[in-house]
Design a protein around this ligand. Sequence first.
Ligand SMILES: NC(=O)c1ccc[n+]([C@@H]2O[C@H](COP(=O)([O-])OP(=O)(O)OC[C@H]3O[C@@H](n4cnc5c(N)ncnc54)[C@H](O)[C@@H]3O)[C@@H](O)[C@H]2O)c1
Length: 361
Amino acid sequence: DGKIGVGIIGTGIWANTHARACNANPHAEIVGLAEVREGAAELFAQAHDIDVPIFTDYRDLLTVDGLDAIIIATPNNVHAPVSIAAAEAGKHILCQKPMATTLADGKAMTAAVRKAGVNGMVAYTKRFFRTTRFLHDFLRSEDLGRIYHVRAIYFQSWLSNPATPIVWRLQREKTGTGVLGDLGSHITDLVQYLVEDDIMRVSAMMKTFVTQRPSAPDAQEKETVDVDDAVMFGAEFRSGAMGVFQASRNATSRPDHWRIEIDAENGAVIYDKYADTRIQLNVSKGLARHAGWVDLHIPARWRFSNQYGGDEHQNQVDHFIESIRSGQTPSPSFDDGLKTERVMDAVVRSSDTGKTVDVEV
Ligand SMILES: NC(=O)c1ccc[n+]([C@@H]2O[C@H](COP(=O)([O-])OP(=O)(O)OC[C@H]3O[C@@H](n4cnc5c(N)ncnc54)[C@H](O)[C@@H]3O)[C@@H](O)[C@H]2O)c1
């Protein structure tokens, strides 16, 4: 029927956003699901009104008739084996972030999609917010001059309670790093995308505040948390700009909040998740130096720029499907995802050694 046949691997919380977006996209059709949790995929299929084959082994899904592409919405340690198998089977891939649990896996995934000539996209969803798109274009069209400073934070609060039980996001084997991969990866990708520049050097500290957590809600038994609750790093970009990044899941001030501030020669901008219908601008050019902050409201055409009437999740899946139909490289690609993996690898090395380290190029 000319539609792109999509298989979804992992039918947990975030997969719902993908299923809704695939169902709303007239060029996409979900043709199969893979899930290891008994009964979960059946409920998921019911919830999204799809009647498709369901497998426990993703390799069986890869053989389904009409399958062109897969979306990986599993814990992070499953991203690499699935991506590599899917690329070898000639399927396009939208893989959840962070791309992998190790830099080596990120490299192997990138090599696999390149060899197979399929599209590999990493779901750095923040790129698909209207505010991000508007600011990205604004920074290209306005001459803010040389960028001096970038500050980026991403804070959540859900781990501030020590009674919150262990989940895969707190187990190194399944998640890789902790908040660095979970939230730090988002702001690393977002900033590198917005300023179109790469981080070359970092100096980092990582911290685990709560090292033991209940094995299940209300359980007496405890399990060890072996990943970071909080991370901060200083960064130097290729252009010489200086960056400060901070991410935490123990920030009681806010449940889910990111904010990016950029100071450049001719002005400064602030992008704040809590005020996402505008960006703040302070032009410091010439006599306007003391003009102060003004709000730039995002025009309606940006607000409703997505084709099929959804949100950032819709934008993301629409872009993936369109990249396959048009034969274009998606953005963020696996190469972009690998860039962020390289920065995260340097952050860990810096935190482990207490030294400023170069990002591998
Ligand atoms: N882009 C974003 O903004 C964003 C937001 C949240 C989560 N995520 C990412 O999405 C991914 C999934 O997160 P989630 O919150 O939905 O997790 P989740 O735990 O709710 O769901 C993961 C699902 O994968 C299944 N699974 C595990 N191993 C599998 C395998 N081998 N084959 C098939 N299914 C398997 C699990 O049983 C579970 O149902 C993670 O990589 C996470 O970092 C991205």
